[in-house]
Design a protein. Structure first.
Length: 193
């Protein structure tokens, strides 16, 4: 096994997919067990068609196996998200880890269906995009103590305090409220027994 390392650092990405396009054809001709690390770093990365990432970094270890090239990927980034409580936009940290095999032959293809391209270049963009989207929380929250929106006027309760009468209840529950009030009044007048 060899611990050779290539380092790709990008400060300005004119074609972002180039950052995740790796020429790995030389690894195909190495002995089984050979591996190489490919670190990544970019302040901004757009993954076509709809994902913008900031502070993108990570690494990919590519190992030559008998069936193909095994990719072990660890990456992190920040994506903009909308809080489900207050609807404010905020920076959502994302972290992904996945393993994929680019098979040499159709007989060795795994469930993901990845086949080693003849030109020896692997484009990680579609895989990274998919994994980053899957890493996004279904209900992102800007902070744990987010107060959300005022149910009366819609103001962000993290930024302002509303002075609305909070006693307003659904009229369909008015009967239940009256029953609870009557029960409470009767127990108070009978001495709490």
């Amino acid at each position: 096994m060899s611990g050779n390392t290539s380092h790709y650092t990008v400060t300005s990405v004119s074609t972002p997919n180039d950052l995740l396009r790796l020429n790995v054809g030389f690894i195909v001709h190495q002995t089984i067990g050979y591996s190489r690390d490919f670190p990544f770093e970019a302040p901004f990365l757009h993954l076509h068609p709809d994902l913008d990432l900031k502070d993108f970094q990570g690494s990919t270890r590519i190992t030559r196996t008998a069936q193909g090239l095994l990719l072990q990927v660890e990456m992190s980034a920040v994506a903009m998200a909308e809080c489900v409580r207050c609807l404010s936009e905020f920076s959502q940290p994302l972290r992904i880890n996945f393993t994929e095999l680019y098979a040499f032959t159709r007989n060795s293809i795994t469930e993901s269906g990845l086949l080693m391209p003849e030109n020896g270049k692997i484009d990680l963009s579609p895989l990274v995009r998919e994994e980053m989207i899957l890493a996004m929380p279904i209900n992102p929250i800007c902070r744990i103590d987010c107060k959300g929106l005022c149910p009366v006027c819609g103001e962000n309760l993290n930024e302002t305090v509303c002075s609305h009468d909070q006693e307003d209840i659904d009229p369909r529950l008015g009967v239940l409220k009256a029953m609870l009030k009557d029960e409470s009044d009767s127990s108070t007048s009978s001495g709490g027994l």
